[in-house]
Design a binder for this molecule. Structure first.
Ligand SMILES: Nc1ncnc2c1ncn2[C@@H]1O[C@H](COP(=O)(O)OP(=O)(O)O)[C@@H](O)[C@H]1O
Ligand SMILES: [Mg+2]
Length: 254
């Protein structure tokens, strides 16, 4: 049930991709609410619709059907310009591949969302960039370029860029996917710290260990949100089908 404390309320969200002759139902009837201050993980096997769901949440893509209320705005019927404005104000995005701009410094990268927004003076922008970089422990690398940083450091800068606009929610798509386990754990610790500081977080991961770190775990399977028990059963069935397939191939001498 949606409440006024929900930053995100999805009801009956569907997404169908149409390519040539094929229709892919990436999401079917997804209902999901995220309350202010919550830390939610969305996990499930490759291809289950995680990125599609996060792209819709982040207003990077639109649903084929359903209702989406983001921080009080009904965003379903909005045009591209309004969506971009709301995205800039309400959403902080963290990507697997960091997506920093190579010929901008750390400081310029983090400042970018504020520059797009307009109406914030240079002195305030500088102050907010510094504050954001301090939160992720990267203020001492302000004048570096992304290529001069480790993957873990780049992701921390990307987190600072996501925070600088003081968004209603932070969305992270496999934020540890391009990192070794030590840097991955450091990024997860940073997200945890942001959550304790009051941030609302939604993180997508295929790694069950990282999914466990969230306060609430949402499981996605074949484009549907399922409970833990159903999720385990479906995964086992998948494994058995795969084993049977491999068995048949071995018998056939393939
Ligand atoms: N732009 C697209 N065009 C066609 N099919 C797509 C597109 N994006 C994703 N899909 C399909 O939708 C399903 C869900 O994909 P995705 O959300 O990327 O899964 P995940 O992130 O969980 O691995 C997959 O079957 C994928 O092939
Ligand atoms: Mg994905």
């Amino acid at each position: 049930m949606a409440t006024t404390n929900d930053v995100i309320a999805l009801t009956g969200i569907r997404k169908v991709f149409q390519t040539d002759e094929v229709e892919t139902h990436a999401l079917s009837e997804v209902h999901l609410s995220i309350a202010r201050g919550e830390y939610v993980s969305i996990s499930g096997p490759s291809g289950c619709g995680k990125t599609t769901l996060l792209s819709i949440l982040g207003l990077l893509d639109t649903a084929s059907a359903g209702r989406y209320v983001l921080n009080g705005h009904d965003v379903a019927g909005l045009g591209a310009a309004q969506r971009a404005r709301i995205r800039n104000a309400e959403i902080g995005f963290i990507f697997q591949a960091f997506n920093l701009i190579g010929d901008l410094t750390v400081q310029e990268n983090v400042e970018l969302p504020l520059t797009y927004r307009g109406g914030i003076g240079a002195a305030e922008r500088r102050e907010r960039v510094l504050e954001s970089l301090e939160r992720v422990g990267m203020a001492h690398r302000m004048r570096h370029y992304p290529a001069q940083l480790s993957g873990g450091q780049q992701q921390r800068v990307a987190v600072a860029r996501a925070l600088v606009g003081r968004p209603a929610i932070l969305l992270a798509d496999e934020p540890t996917g391009n990192l070794d386990s030590r840097n991955g754990e450091a990024v997860m610790a940073l997200l945890e710290e942001l959550h304790r500081g009051g941030a609302t977080l939604c993180m997508v991961t295929h790694d069950p260990r990282y999914a466990e770190l969230a306060q609430r775990k949402v499981r996605l399977f074949d484009g549907r949100v399922v409970d833990e028990e159903t999720f385990d059963r479906l995964r086992h069935e998948d494994e058995r089908r795969l084993d049977a397939l491999i068995g048949r191939r071995v018998e056939a001498g393939a």
